[in-house]
Design a protein around this ligand. Sequence first.
Ligand SMILES: *Cc1c(COP(=O)(O)O)cnc(C)c1O
Length: 361
Amino acid sequence: MIEYENLAKLNQPFFEEYEQAFKDTLQSGWYILGDKVKKFEMDFATYCGAKHCVGVANGLDALQLALCAFNFEKGSEVIVPSNTYIATILAIVQNGLQPVLVEPNIETYNIDATKIEEKITSKTKAILPVHLYGKVCEMNSILNIAKKYNLKVIEDCAQAHGAKFKNSTVGNFGDFGAFSFYPTKNLGALADAGAITCNNEKLAEKIKMLRNYGSKVKYFNEEVGFNSRLDEIQAAFLSIKLSKLDVINNHKRSLASIYQKELNENFIKPIVQEDYFDVYHIYNIRHEKRDKLKDYLLKNNIKTEIHYPLAPNKQKAMMGIIDKQLTPIAEEIHQTTLSLPVSYFHTTEDIYKVVEVLNKF
Ligand SMILES: *Cc1c(COP(=O)(O)O)cnc(C)c1O
């Protein structure tokens, strides 16, 4: 059986270092927001090329706190791609803001920058691009539009740790980069964890307050804050894994390049563009008979996933919120996309096997 993901196997190369980190942290007697969190924040800011990084409890909180930091008036509009994971939309809704869906480009699966301006109104306050599957969005166009209309930009980097356009790494283009370290992400912890990157000291300070009950000085509260703190033990694990993130990303890229080269023309493969360094959190193909293809692969002992089976505006939870916004391109992607094995533990042999079976479909 070729699994889609196996977190024990993925983390196997780090076991010894993790065990040592666990012992150190246990003995330190300090378990939340301490030296290990500070170290990871510095390491990750450096990795992204950002001035600041603030660790938080998970990726949804990272998005939510980033939006909260701007104190937008309730009911303000935030531009977001119509084909994203529900967390991106939830962060907007939980802030009392209105998601305005913009369709993706059918080739990159990322928000179509040419369709953003027509959705901007006097209520629009921010654009929330998602670097889906590990590919950077068209940030030059997005940033130009943001400048023209005086909008904030928050990048959802949950699937794109280390992804680059030219020499710029995600988390560095907009006002904030929001990261998830959910265990399956390219940089994954052993529990929920997240972070926010930014280049503005005042905004970084604000996020630090918001994550810790709105206080800078213990027991004195300046903001209506949250409890969204990062654990020392997860920060210690993340620092270890961060030192191998380039190795992990390059491994995933080399697996993706096998699919890219060997899969036949029956499948729509992800686009590869000059200047884009994609990190393939997900390697997806598209096919009209997607469900049959998934069954066929499973019968041949290959597990796959669908990211995602149902578009956000079709979700029950989103009735009355975004269900009236029509998104045929997002739906087309949701109906045809299939995610293939592309984990750090997979070998090139695994991928050649998947290719062989796929090409006989
Ligand atoms: C994983 C993910 C999130 C949410 O991260 P959590 O840590 O699970 O809260 C947000 N956006 C995208 C695009 C994601 O893939």
